[in-house]
Design a protein around this ligand. Structure first.
Ligand SMILES: Nc1ncnc2c1ncn2[C@@H]1O[C@H](COP(=O)(O)OP(=O)(O)OP(=O)(O)O)[C@@H](O)[C@H]1O
Ligand SMILES: [Mg+2]
Length: 626
């Protein structure tokens, strides 16, 4: 007897549901999209226990009659497409006719619906694929679908559901996406009876952004509009200074559908290149409208990805629109870039590019040899001519005396180490200079160090970041960081998801020595902060931390999360590129390098030091064989 059997419909539907319904938020997405397709103007969402117990969506859309109310839950039943031709021009959010069947296969569903012109409505209950009788009932025009106990009969799937907070975070995110795409709708979201959002139509997009994501995100956005080559683009762009630690505040919509697309993400990154640190993500709300034939939305189970007929064109149009706007603005220079002349943001290579690095090194060498005392005991190298040769005649700038080492304001732990006496210098490994006069800071960002073999170029920020990171790790191994009460609490606007994250990650906050208390609706007060990080921007740090904790791709284990946070703290507390250092500070930084593990890389894996040998130099200057 054969081993292969055709699965029954119930099984088929359950398997299909696995594709579409991953968690409560996926149910919400499908129900909201159906309500929008049905022409609903006022939609209410009630959720209990992060959607695990109940997700109910009520709309005032076209409703379903007694016949459709049943058919709607059959697999492959849809009113939105009829033939393959229709699939090439989809204008509705749904078109596969599988969402309701999938939901009904894995939960207890009650649907109540009434078309506007009908005198009464009808109700149908389906218990994990088992249909009951359709019964008449009194109800307002529109449709309400209640989904209870998702995956109740599928313990294997239920096990994968996370905490109520996490699931609610995903639900809020889905709600936010739909609400941003549809400012013309009245939308309400409640959780366990508490109203989280009551959004009224007509306020416009910026107002909606403010209501959903907080005033701080909505304020000061730059608007771009462009219509070209069959694409209409509208974007609201955050200023570079508001860039975040995660891509959480990047929303891209195509014909009102939230999408993720690597071409568009790349175009956004490119548009901001040189304006923000490479590790940061700009705040961007991008709305594209294109004819439905210009892309295929039938390529992803949840329709979150699309395939563009001409992805390169989309990329270049988005890039051009955003970049032109950003270039035309008088944006404040970001604090992290070196003060030294920077190539115009869009035309030159980005900082860190090979070419830029090569130029900086060439400049560094020129400056170094220009300054170098002639009688150094080693074979003097002459710098002959070259593009900057004329600057040889200029007076060498005076370095501040070592005694001018500034100590104020740096808290214990983030401070550069105390100057080392001669004995410490003796113990210093190769690369640590014996004489401070062999140190030179260039572009207020890099330290040039003469070594017995040649010279090193040290990235001051990357190195200090590494040192602080190691120090924070060591301190944390002994227990929670020492906390210090703030004289003035920092008040922050937080979204629901962020408020939940504070609650959910209480242990992490305690470890870090950060104390946060509720402070009225939508706001919290940071009351204590780790003493070690006392001079960093408290609000900015906590905001970035919350972004990270509520990031869509969150789900890091506690250990990795902690290290990410330490990494972020070190980055913020470290001396910056563009910050002038005294010789004593430079010497201490380099001496400290010697005692730090893995000091040759910053916590992000970038090198802290580039090493050059005299032999290489001589080869470059064609002095070999002299
Ligand atoms: N809120 C609603 N109001 C009116 N009709 C609805 C509503 N929800 C669903 N329907 C009807 O039920 C049908 C089936 O819905 P379902 O979500 O399963 O499929 P779909 O939206 O057509 O396609 P997809 O599976 O891609 O979402 C829809 O085509 C629509 O006619
Ligand atoms: Mg649908």
């Amino acid at each position: 007897m054969g081993r292969i059997v055709v699965l029954d419909d119930q099984m088929v539907n359950m398997i299909a549901a696995g594709e579409v319904i991953e968690r409560p938020a996926s149910v919400l997405k499908e129900l909201l999209e159906n309500s929008i397709d049905a022409g609903g103007r006022c939609i209410r969402v009630d959720v209990e226990d992060g959607g695990c117990r109940l997700i109910a969506v009520a709309d005032d859309g076209c409703g379903m009659d007694v016949e459709d109310i049943r058919t709607a839950f059959f697999p492959h039943a849809t009113s939105k497409v009829r033939c393959t031709q229709d699939l090439h021009g989809v204008t509705t959010m749904g078109f596969r006719g599988e969402a309701l069947a999938s939901v009904a296969a894995v939960a207890q569903v009650t649907v109540t619906s009434r078309p506007a012109d009908a005198v009464e409505g009808h109700r149908l209950r389906i218990d994990c694929g088992r249909f009951e009788e359709v019964r008449p009932c009194a109800t307002a025009p529109g449709t309400t679908i209640e989904v209870r106990n998702l995956f109740a009969k599928l313990p294997a799937r239920r096990k994968f559901l996370r905490t109520t907070n996490t699931e609610m975070g995903h639900i809020s995110e889905q709600f936010t996406r739909v609400a941003l795409a549809h400012p013309e709708l009245d939308l309400t979201l409640t959780h366990n009876g508490r109203t989280l959002h009551r959004l009224t139509a007509g306020g416009g997009l910026v107002e909606r952004i403010g209501e959903l994501l907080g005033r701080a995100v909505a304020d000061d956005l730059i608007e771009v509009r462009r219509q070209e080559k069959g694409m209409t683009l509208r974007a609201l762009l955050g200023k570079p200074a508001t860039a975040r630690g995660t891509g959480q505040f990047q929303y891209v919509f195509l014909n009102r559908r939230y999408i993720r697309d690597r071409f568009i993400s790349h175009a956004i990154r490119e548009a901001y290149r040189g304006l923000i640190e490479p590790s940061k993500y700009p705040v961007v709300f991008l709305f594209l409208e294109m004819p439905p034939e210009a892309f295929d939305v039938n390529v992803h189970p949840a329709k979150v990805e699309v395939r563009f007929a001409n992805a390169n064109l989309v990329h270049s149009q988005v890039l051009a629109a955003l970049r032109d706007k950003l270039l035309s603005m008088n944006l404040d220079a970001p604090g992290m870039l070196p003060k030294a002349p920077v190539p115009p943001p869009m035309s030159g290579p980005p900082p860190g590019d090979d070419e830029a690095r090569r130029q900086r090194i060439a400049q560094a060498m020129a400056d170094f040899f220009q300054k170098r005392p002639s009688g150094g005991g080693q074979r003097p190298l002459e710098f002959r001519g070259g593009p900057s040769g004329s600057r040889l005649s200029g007076p060498a700038p005076q370095e501040p005396a070592p005694s001018s080492f500034p100590t104020p304001a740096r808290p214990e732990g983030t401070a550069l180490p105390e100057p080392h006496g001669p004995s410490t210098a003796d113990q210093a490994p190769a690369g640590v200079p014996a004489e401070p006069s062999r140190l030179l800071q260039i572009h207020d960002s890099y330290i040039l160090v003469q070594t017995p073999e040649g010279f090193d170029i040290v990235d001051q920020h990357a190195l200090h970041e590494r040192i602080l990171y190691e120090r924070l790790c060591r301190k944390l191994a002994d227990g929670p960081l020492m906390s210090q009460r703030l004289l003035m609490p920092e008040i922050l606007d937080v979204s629901d998801a962020q408020a939940e994250a504070i609650h959910a990650h209480a242990a992490l906050f305690e470890k870090l020595g950060i104390e946060i208390a509720p402070f009225g609706p939508g706001t919290v007060a940071v009351q204590s902060f780790p003493a070690l990080l006392a001079d960093i921007d408290v609000a900015g740090f906590v905001r970035d931390l919350l972004d990270r904790l509520t990031a869509r791709e969150a789900g890091l284990d506690a250990e990795r999360l902690l290290h990410e946070v330490l990494d972020m703290a070190a980055c913020k507390a470290a001396i910056k590129a563009g910050q002038p250092l005294s010789e004593a500070e430079m010497a201490q930084l380099l001496a400290d390098k010697a005692v730090v593990e893995r000091a040759s890389r910053c916590p992000h894996g970038r090198p802290t030091t580039l090493r050059f040998t005299l032999a290489e130099l001589e080869k470059q200057f064609k002095r070999t064989g002299f």
